[in-house]
Design a protein around this ligand. Structure first.
Ligand code: PMP
Length: 366
């Protein structure tokens, strides 16, 4: 069996140890005599799997009891609607920083529910940087303040957080969660689609300050009238993510990834490895005469590294030859072109080193 180096932005590479364990447990999980896929979500065995996954995530990220951890379906995109539906019932206002396609989509969705103010945007330069913000523009009566922590398509990330005072900070961490330590207490709500740094598609992790979860039946609820039961955070919080059948197998794989992370030193160790991987690639891109990084300076993502040659045909030739050599999914997002190497937690350092060697060789032979 031949495994490739998979640089996909998501669904993305998973740790081989996790895949091997899942394979071993495919026919019978423990002595249950069945696959996790075949288990009732109400069984004691499955509840154990779910609760352990939550406990391990709490451990990894240092999530206190003031926060709820939920597994929700519908992808990260469903959060673009759930967030305003659950929080905008207070003052009907939210502030956003527009740092890419995914914040743009969240903005468009929130506009359906209330008054949205874009505090800063980097759209003028194809989102190739994180815009600076003027905190005098922040609205103190906003129901939340929204950022996308890591911009998967453009390869930028926030290294500093806006000081939002009493306004809850909401962050889309789909493409950077678990890549480095994170002070959860700074946030009102963190969400992430699992399919990049956590597990398979179909699971979205939501970490939410409990005091923000209100009951739509109560008068001072922040939940908008008419919000479907499945789209209310309270439904998921009250039922330990089991109001309905959760994505059982996906959550199990997420749990295995959490265990793998803990075994490998947790988020501090991950951050060191991720820094190393990213600098190997950026250092080469900075010196190459052929490949050019599209982001410079402190805003560079540790997870998604876009680059171009400046010649579309050469880009295509590179992607094709790289793929044939076992470096796959290097084509940039369809909206920006060029190349992008996504180097999530499960991409080993050897994978990045091998890619750089391949690029050097390619460059030398043009
Ligand atoms: N936010 C970010 C930062 C993303 O990268 C993506 C998907 N690539 C999404 C949101 C949307 O995720 P989903 O496809 O799970 O809705």
């Amino acid at each position: 069996m031949k495994r490739v180096y998979n640089f996909s932005a998501g669904p993305a590479v998973l740790p081989e140890e996790v895949l091997e364990q899942a394979a071993r447990e495919m026919m019978s999980y423990g002595d249950s005599g069945m696959s996790v896929m075949e288990m009732s979500h109400r069984s004691a065995v499955y509840e154990g799997i779910l609760n352990e996954a939550i406990a391990d995530l709490r451990d990894l990220m240092g999530i206190s009891d003031e926060y709820e951890v939920m597994f929700i379906q519908g992808g990260a995109s469903t959060q673009f609607a759930m967030i305003p539906m659950n929080l905008m019932g207070k003052n009907g206002k939210a502030d956003f920083i527009n740092s890419g396609q995914w914040s743009k989509k969240a903005i468009a969705q929130a506009k359906a529910y209330g008054d949205v103010k874009v505090i800063a945007s980097s759209e003028d330069k194809t989102f190739s940087y994180i815009p600076s913000w003027d905190s005098a523009e922040f609205r103190s009566d906003a129901d939340y303040f929204y950022i996308c922590s890591n911009n998967t398509i453009y390869g930028t990330r926030f290294t500093e957080l806006p000081e939002t005072g009493n306004v809850p900070l909401v962050a889309d961490m789909s493409s950077c969660i678990l890549s480095e330590p994170c002070d959860v207490n700074r946030y009102g709500l963190i969400f992430a689609g699992a399919q990049k740094n956590i597990g398979p598609a179909g699971v979205t992790v939501v970490i939410m300050r409990k005091s923000l979860i209100t009951d739509s039946k109560e008068e001072n609820s922040t939940v908008l009238k008419g919000t479907p039961i499945m789209l209310q955070y309270k439904t998921h919080a009250d039922n330990n993510s089991m109001y309905n059948t959760p994505p059982t197998y996906g959550i199990y794989i997420c749990g295995l990834v959490f265990k793998w992370l803990k075994k490998n030193g947790g988020l501090t160790a991950m951050a060191a490895v991720n820094q190393e991987k990213a600098s190997i690639l950026y250092e080469y891109l900075d010196e190459s005469k052929m490949f050019h990084p599209t982001v410079s300076g402190a805003d560079r993502s540790l997870m998604n590294v876009p680059f171009v040659t400046g010649d579309k045909d050469l880009d295509a030739k590179f992607v094709k030859e790289a793929s044939a050599a076992g470096f796959v999914n290097l084509k940039g997002h369809r909206s920006v072109g060029g190349m992008r190497a996504s180097i999530y937690n499960a991409m080993p350092t050897e994978g990045v080193k091998a890619l750089v060697e391949f690029m050097k060789n390619f460059e030398a032979h043009q």
